[in-house]
Design a protein around this ligand. Structure first.
Ligand code: BG6
Length: 279
C-alpha cells in the first residue's frame, strides 16, 4: 500500500499507527480498531481528543480514548450476552485501502479484515473514511451486500479532551434522554448541560451541531446519519474500577458519541453512513 507524503506508519507496542502530518493538522490513527487517537489542527495547535494515560495497546483489548468504532451493535448485544460490548470491529485490525491528498486534506480509507461475524445477521461491507484537514471528518459506511435487508447499530464513540469536567458545558441538546445510570429513567435535558456525577445518557435526538464549551475553548461536533447522541463520563468510582483509566482521569474527558441505537435498516445494495465532523 503506497502512502502519500504526509502519512507514515509507526509501531507502538503491538499496535501499528498511521501518523498524518500535513499543512492543516497532525493526526494519529491506530490500525487496531480503525481507531483515531489524536487530532491537532495546526491553526490552534489544540488536541481535540483524549486518550487515557493507562490505555492498553496490546492489540487485543479496546483502546480507552480516541474514537472507538462501535459496530454492528452499541452497548451489550441485544440477545447474546457472551458477545463483546460495542461489537467486534474495535478489536480487529483494519487495513488501509487508500490514502490521497486533496485541497481539503489527507483522505484515508480503512476497512476491517472482516465485517461479518457472530451477532450480525446479514452480509456487509464496512469502510471508515477519514479526512484530516482543518477539520476532522469521519464517515462510517455500511453497505448491505447480502440478499436480505438488515438492521444494525453503531457509534463513533468520541472521547474529547477538556480541561475540567466541572467547568465544561455541552450545548445543542434539549428534550429528554434515557438515563442508563438510573435504570433508563426518562429525564429532561438541563438547560445548562453541566456535569457533577456519573453520566451515561442516550438522547434520542439528531442535532446537527453540538458544542463543548470548556473554559476558553469550544469544540464543535457536527453529526449526520445518527438517531441518538450518547453522553458519557464514568466519574470517580467507575474510573477507579477500570484498569485502563487513572483514578482522576474522568476530570479531563467527555464522550459525546454520534450513534445509531434504534436499529438502522439497510436494504439490499444500499449504504448507510454515520458521520461526525470535529472542528
Ligand atoms: C458508553 C456506554 O457508550 O460506553 C456506557 O453508554 C459504557 O454504558 C461506555 O460504559 C464505555 O464502554 P466500554 O465498553 O468502552 O467500557
Amino acid at each position: 500500500m503506497l502512502l502519500t507524503e504526509s502519512a507514515k506508519i509507526v509501531t507502538r507496542n503491538n499496535t501499528q499507527l498511521l501518523q498524518i502530518d500535513n499543512s492543516f493538522a497532525n493526526a494519529e490513527i491506530s490500525l487496531f480498531g480503525g481507531h483515531i487517537l489524536s487530532f491537532i489542527p495546526k491553526h490552534d495547535n489544540r488536541e481535540r481528543l483524549w486518550v487515557s494515560e493507562k490505555a492498553i495497546f496490546d492489540g487485543q483489548k479496546p483502546i480507552r480514548g480516541g474514537i472507538p468504532v462501535c459496530w454492528p451493535w452499541f452497548g451489550p448485544h441485544a440477545t447474546n450476552t457472551n458477545l463483546a460490548a460495542h461489537g467486534y470491529v474495535r478489536t480487529q485490525t483494519w487495513k488501509i485501502i487508500e490514502t490521497k491528498e486533496t485541497d481539503s486534506g489527507t483522505h484515508i480509507t480503512l476497512a476491517p479484515n472482516s465485517s461479518n461475524d457472530d451477532g450480525l445477521s446479514g452480509t456487509t461491507q464496512l469502510t471508515l473514511s477519514i479526512i484530516v484537514g482543518r477539520q476532522l471528518k469521519i464517515q462510517l459506511s455500511t453497505t448491505n451486500i447480502g440478499a436480505e435487508s438488515l438492521t444494525y447499530n453503531c457509534a463513533l464513540h468520541s472521547y474529547f479532551a477538556i480541561s475540567d469536567i466541572h467547568q465544561c458545558e455541552l450545548r445543542g441538546l434539549s428534550g429528554q434522554y434515557s438515563d442508563k445510570t438510573r435504570d433508563f429513567q426518562i429525564c429532561d435535558t438541563p438547560h445548562h448541560y453541566k456535569f457533577n456525577e456519573e453520566t451515561d445518557r442516550v438522547h434520542l435526538q439528531q442535532p446537527k451541531q453540538l458544542s463543548i464549551i470548556d473554559e476558553q475553548t469550544t469544540t464543535n461536533i457536527l453529526s449526520s446519519g445518527h438517531d441518538s447522541i450518547v453522553v458519557w463520563n464514568p466519574w470517580k468510582q467507575k474510573s477507579i474500577s477500570m484498569i485502563d483509566m487513572a483514578d482522576n482521569s474522568y476530570l479531563t474527558m467527555l464522550c459525546v458519541e454520534t450513534a445509531v441505537t434504534q436499529n438502522q435498516e439497510v436494504k439490499v445494495g444500499e449504504t448507510h453512513t454515520l458521520e461526525q465532523v470535529i472542528i
